[in-house]
Design a protein around this ligand. Structure first.
Ligand code: ZN
Length: 484
């Protein structure tokens, strides 16, 4: 029997978050009925939940779809993949040998940081891989390092002016800061297929995402729409982006999101110009999402929002360092914080070495924000963070680094609060979590265990089935074969 033929899907004996056991019927993309017992209709597709937890489909409030898709094809250059300087050079040499010497393709490295090979530049890359175009992305996602072969491939002349490439003593260093737009235009804007990223998201129960690309314009938006329409992308997308998205109509499964505004405290924009950018976005009916990682960036963002007058839905992305005096300010502005609790796990040991001791207690806060009444949601920031929201939830409750140190233990959330970080709607991060209830879109995930054991060990939660608008977009084979 096929799901399409019957038009409805029944999940039997699922445990709802309330603890109630229920049967849930979906039809026409929505939840039609919830009851203690619903007899299956003729030809209806049935999933036997056997008391496993039924959760709303998760929403990842901050990730980068195209970069994630590209990363699946890329060379990981961070530790622990690469242990030391010699290791990184060897890895690149080995990878370069795989390219056809007559027509070498690009080597695209990701996740690089100085701990792996120092502050590498064009000259360093030329010494290791002179014959192949190489571009290495720094872990922050904001710096590319290119070799001479890559510069040539991009059509860059040594004396060419007006490119965002860094120069030192007049010579190109191969370093490109915040130059994704330029790089993309030189690479002729080939967008990657989002199919594999979408499948990876479905496997972990994600049915919606917010793409946080600052440079998303009409081309990127059209790509999301095309991927969604083709079915390669199965999740709904809210696309942040630049002013090109102003006034653009939403498409099925793809909506225009906030304007993404970047701050870098080494190079803050003129305050008035930044306020003007906020005002322009608000006038177009779009909230802003301001990237704020450092203390200075957070206060700059808050001051600008106050000057420009905040709009419902304005958000701070990361708010990585949020000292006590910032909380009242954020609360007063009504601004949302979208955080990455798993960075405590993934990067915490480095933070302990590199972040000012005074700031360590205020890193990727949880409890501090919620106690202050600041709406809090989370996103993976994939590919710069792990895609799996269950690891992020666990990190939000445990506050442990990979090395086992506790970072900001007072900031721990309860498991239910951690779950809620991924359950609020795309347009209202940190708002009331969506519920499994009659009438809402049938975006659900069925976990591999009941709620109590899931909440007790969020990090190991697996997903049996992910359902988007009443259709199974991912499921474990054992039952999929039995019913479909
Ligand atoms: Zn991001």
């Amino acid at each position: 029997m096929s799901h399409a033929a019957s038009g409805s899907l029944l999940i039997r004996a699922a445990e709802l978050l309330s603890g109630a056991r229920a049967d849930v019927r979906m039809r026409g993309g929505r939840i039609e009925r919830i009851a203690t017992h619903l007899p299956a209709h003729d030809g209806e597709a049935v999933i036997e939940a056997h008391g496993r937890a039924l959760c709303v489909g998760l929403h990842d409030h901050h990730l980068h779809l195209m970069a994630h898709a590209a990363s699946l094809e890329s060379l990981p250059c961070g530790s622990p993949v690469v242990g030391c300087v010699g290791g990184f050079a060897d890895l690149l040499r080995m990878r370069a040998r795989l390219e056809d010497p007559a027509a070498p393709g690009w080597i695209r490295g990701i996740g690089y940081h100085e701990g792996v090979g120092g502050p590498i530049d064009r000259r360093w890359l030329d010494a290791v891989a002179p014959q192949v175009p190489v571009r290495i992305q720094h872990r922050t996602g904001r710096l590319w390092i290119l070799n001479t072969c890559a510069l040539r491939r991009l059509g860059v002349e040594e004396d060419e002016r007006g490119t965002p490439l860094e120069r030192c003593g007049g010579r190109l260093t191969g370093r490109l800061f915040d130059g994704d737009d330029w790089l993309r235009s030189r690479l002729a804007g080939n967008y990657p297929s989002l199919a594999r990223t979408s499948e990876a998201l479905a496997r972990i129960g994600v049915t919606g995402v917010t793409d946080a690309g600052a440079s998303n314009g009409r081309g990127e938006f059209a790509h999301f729409v095309a991927e969604r329409r083709s079915g390669r992308l199965k999740q709904d997308v809210q696309a942040m982006g630049n002013g090109e998205l102003d006034g653009l109509a939403d498409a099925p499964g793809v909506r225009v999101g906030p304007t993404k505004l970047y701050l870098r405290d080494a190079d803050l924009p003129p305050f008035e110009a930044f306020c003007d950018a906020i005002v322009r976005s608000h006038a177009a009916g779009r909230p802003v999402a301001i990237h704020g990682v450092t203390r200075a960036e957070l206060f700059f963002a808050a001051a600008a929002l106050r000057q420009a007058a905040p709009l419902d839905g304005d958000r701070i992305e990361h708010a990585s360092v949020a000292p006590p005096e910032s909380l009242a300010l954020l609360r007063e502005l009504g601004v949302i914080v979208v955080t990455q609790p798993h960075f405590i796990l993934e990067r915490g040991d480095r933070y302990l070495e590199e972040v000012e001791p005074d700031d360590q207690s205020w890193l990727y806060r949880g409890r501090g924000f919620t106690d202050a009444g600041i709406p809090l949601a989370a996103g993976s920031d994939a590919p710069y963070g792990d895609l799996n929201p269950w690891l992020a939830m666990s990190a939000a409750t445990r506050r442990r680094t990979r090395g086992g140190a506790v970072l900001g233990g007072d900031e721990a959330l309860t498991p239910a609060e951690a779950l809620a970080l991924f359950c609020s709607p795309a347009h209202a991060p940190g708002g009331a979590p969506r519920q499994v209830e009659v009438g809402v879109p049938a975006d659900l995930c069925l976990l591999d265990r009941p709620w109590e054991t899931a909440l007790n060990d969020l990090a190991t939660v697996g997903v049996e089935a992910t359902i988007k608008e009443g259709l199974v977009i991912w499921g474990r084979n054992e039952w999929r074969g039995a019913h479909y």
